[in-house]
Design a binder for this molecule. Structure first.
Ligand code: PLP
Length: 249
């Protein structure tokens, strides 16, 4: 694969700087410390060499929604790192899976992951738990909630969450650390804000009900079009794609 051109590299570095600035502003507007919110750079739109470019601009967390694409990029990063001992990255890249994880892909993907945002069934939780124990790993996971009630959206309904938590909190090998959600595609900013607030309230409720069993510190919500609303509602992880690839795609 060919490395990114200088012009492309500059655009990506500029986009990354702007997105960081915008996230800092959104934190300020919400009277929150900028350190409370981490940006997951969603690299699913681009080939590995452009994801690498984003990482070398300073984005330390990359999100992919398909295991296969995550494998490809993980492999490219490993090779690029090893062919480049001085290292152009300030630190290791954390890979976050933000889309559906087929159970037959758990074994291969697990050792590459720093976190899973999209835990969406008890069956998957059980498969991850089993595999994590056999690989002697502990995976931080967020439970995906379908807050919009939109049938086309993935995630557990708010009603299904309790039954899920009852069974999942006891599983070894996974550490349930928060909730993930997407706003409705059609949501206006105010409506998106209300949906994100509802997710935070769910988190607060489950934190209270399962006190001592889980520590739900993370809220993964907000994408290119609505991260300011998500930050106002308490997001700790924003998943930003399109905005980072402006001028490239
Ligand atoms: C693609 C994707 C994103 C990024 O969305 P943008 O609107 O491109 O910023 C965030 N979360 C998930 C789950 C995605 O699949």
């Amino acid at each position: 694969m060919v490395p990114a051109s200088d012009a492309t590299a500059r655009i990506i570095a500029d986009n990354w700087r702007r997105v960081q600035d915008e996230v800092v502003s959104a934190c300020g507007a919400a009277s929150r410390a900028a350190s409370e919110v981490r940006i997951v750079g969603v690299s699913k739109y681009v080939p590995p060499e452009l994801a690498w470019q984003l990482a070398s601009s300073g984005c330390g967390i990359l999100g992919e929604n398909r295991p296969q694409s995550l494998w490809d990029k993980f492999e490219y990063f490993s090779q690029t790192m090893s062919g480049n001992p001085a290292g152009r990255l300030a630190g290791p890249t954390q890979w976050h899976l933000i889309g559906h994880w087929q159970r037959n892909k758990v074994r291969r993907t697990l050792p590459m992951l720093a976190a899973l945002h999209s835990l969406d069934s008890l069956k998957l939780a059980q498969a991850v738990s089993e595999e994590a124990q056999s690989q002697n790993l502990q995976l931080p996971v967020l439970v995906e909630v379908n807050i919009s009630g939109d049938a086309s959206k993935t995630g557990l309904s708010a009603e299904a969450l309790k039954a899920f938590f009852d069974r999942a909190v006891g599983l070894s090998g996974l550490q349930i650390c928060g909730l993930m959600a997407m706003s409705s595609l059609t949501a206006e900013p105010l409506a998106a804000r209300r949906e994100f607030e509802a997710v935070r309230q769910l988190r607060d409720k489950f934190q209270e009900n399962y006190q001592g069993q889980v520590q739900l510190d993370e809220l993964s919500m907000g994408m290119s079009g609505d991260f300011a609303e998500a930050i106002a509602a308490g997001a700790t992880l924003v998943r930003i794609g399109t905005r980072l690839w402006r001028g490239i795609l």
